[in-house]
Design a protein around this ligand. Structure first.
Ligand SMILES: Cc1cc2nc3c(=O)[nH]c(=O)nc-3n(C[C@H](O)[C@H](O)[C@H](O)COP(=O)(O)O)c2cc1C
Length: 140
């Protein structure tokens, strides 16, 4: 059975490009090998990540991510079983929240994922991906 989970967390220390690179390198390799897809939105001190895959695999990955000391205050905001993946093209897409063009009208500072509903957060992630400017290439 496939599930999708979304969580939000707070970075411990600055979100440097070295940190991003190291997280993404590990995530993209491991996720690809374990049939996990998703997106990591990052910036302004928060991480917002959607993970899709087999229920048992996602659960184990989530608990590993939860324990990662590079972030804290990890809160699960959405969990559902799914018939189809939403992010099937990406082992882990990346959206930098700091780079978003104001013209896209995504007003991130006014959006608090800690208090928004899971469905609203998912809609916002879709919106972020649709801007198309800050994501990595889909897996070939
Ligand atoms: C915000 C964030 C997102 C992460 N996403 C993933 C991911 O999608 N897949 C993955 O394998 N590791 C991800 N990691 C890294 C894991 O937390 C962990 O460091 C990695 O799986 C290695 O675990 P290990 O040291 O127990 O082998 C993420 C870490 C952070 C801080």
């Amino acid at each position: 059975m496939l599930i999708r989970v979304i969580y939000v967390s707070t970075a411990v220390g600055p979100q440097t490009s070295t940190m991003t690179h190291s997280i993404l390198k590990k995530a993209q390799a491991w996720n690809k090998a374990n049939n996990i897809t998703g997106v990591l939105c990052q910036g302004q001190g928060v991480f917002l990540q959607a993970l899709e895959g087999e229920r048992g695999v996602v659960t184990k990955l989530y608990s590993r991510i939860y324990a990662d000391q590079r972030h804290t205050n990890v809160v699960l905001i959405h969990c559902e079983s799914i018939a189809e993946r939403r992010f099937e093209k990406w082992s882990m897409a990346h959206v930098s929240l700091s780079d978003i063009d104001p013209k896209t009208k995504i007003v991130w500072p006014e959006f608090d994922p800690y208090s928004a509903s899971g469905l609203l957060v998912m809609a916002r992630i879709d919106e972020l991906l649709a801007t198309g400017t800050t994501i990595q290439s889909p897996d070939s």
